[in-house]
Design a protein around this ligand. Structure first.
Ligand code: PMV
Length: 319
């Protein structure tokens, strides 16, 4: 059995976080500058089968069979074996490495799952279709977040800009003109499960108000999809600003996020908003390519612990 390698990109949510949990559409894009990689190697000469996981970045060096039932990587590996109706894997080691910052809204957990699922299935001689890879990665996301919408595993699996609604067919967005985003990290860790829980509680207390906010955000996602498909980048910035205002009203922004969002706008961004669960984590700014370095520098001066510039390329014919 030869080695088998698979990779998966990071991701960032452009529009619609939180509202997507309540059935509204959201939009996310792959961040290809950062990646997770899984390499599966056979352990020749070992008497017993089994999968060994090696992930030095999270201090993991263990057999899948020795991990707790709900360990995310064990859920991913067992999911592959169950799907392939394999009771046991031949002895092998899965090396996991990633350049995606952990727990910062860049899809690190989904990307590691997708890379592991693809590499293991390929190693076992049965590469899985994207739909199955995404479905298995969704099971892992549930371990992390409780009630995820499924947008992270979807965008990371397909590695294309997606327009995503729960229970609706996935749409890949054809991008007419490339866009450049600067991502700024507050450095504040804010588990997505907690912000999703806080929004749920607020929604239960004020259902009418929150339903209106979710709908307004879903409407922005729709308009943003149109703008991306038409290459109308000037319209996209103000839509991001509006989405940020709604997220503030929803109570998921924070002083640190607001400082970075305002600073990006002052430095010439076309629009800016928090991205992901909020109350920490990342914000994004839409910029003209020539302004990316200036906006990035301003964000670091305003307290961003790191910044990342990513370009979403225009869709080529037939892609
Ligand atoms: O924090 P992130 O980037 O994983 O995004 C969470 C997005 C939410 O809409 C808040 C939750 C979800 O499951 O869609």
């Amino acid at each position: 059995m030869p080695d088998f390698t698979a990779t998966a990109p990071g991701k960032i949510i452009l529009f619609g976080e939180h509202a997507v949990v309540y059935g509204q559409p959201a939009m996310a894009v792959p961040v290809t500058e950062v990646r997770a990689r899984a390499i599966v190697r056979p352990e020749i000469g070992q008497k017993h089968g089994g999968i060994h996981l090696l992930a030095p970045q999270i201090n993991l060096d263990a057999e899948v069979r020795d991990l707790q039932e709900n360990h995310p990587l064990a859920v991913a590996a067992r999911g592959v074996l169950d799907t392939l109706e394999a009771t046991q894997a031949p002895a092998c080691t899965v090396h996991l490495v990633s350049t995606i910052p952990i727990a910062s809204g860049l899809g690190s957990s989904a990307a590691v799952s997708v890379a592991l699922i693809r590499a293991l299935a390929g190693f076992l001689g049965h590469p899985l279709p994207d739909e199955s890879v995404s479905a298995l990665a969704y099971e892992v996301e549930k371990v992390h977040h409780g009630t995820p919408s499924g947008i992270d595993n979807t965008v990371v699996t397909y590695a294309k800009p997606v327009f995503f609604s729960r229970d609706k067919e996935l749409r890949v967005i054809p991008i007419k003109k490339a866009i450049t985003l600067v991502i700024g990290d507050t450095g504040i860790s804010s588990p997505t499960a907690e912000t999703v829980g806080a929004v749920r509680e607020a929604y239960q207390n004020q259902p009418g108000h929150y339903r209106d906010l979710f709908r307004a955000i879903g409407n922005l996602s729709e308009r943003a999809r149109g703008a991306l498909e038409e290459g109308d980048i000037q319209t996209l910035g103000p839509l991001m600003d509006e989405n940020h205002t709604h997220l503030q009203e929803m109570g998921v922004s924070s002083p640190e996020l607001d400082v970075l969002v305002n600073r990006a706008r002052d430095a010439g961004a076309l629009g800016a908003k928090l991205s992901g669960g909020g109350r920490g984590g990342n914000m994004i700014a839409l910029v003209q390519e020539k302004d990316a370095a200036r906006v990035s520098q301003s964000l670091r001066e305003a307290g961003a612990v790191h910044t990342l510039t990513t370009t979403i390329q225009a869709t080529k014919n037939g892609e």
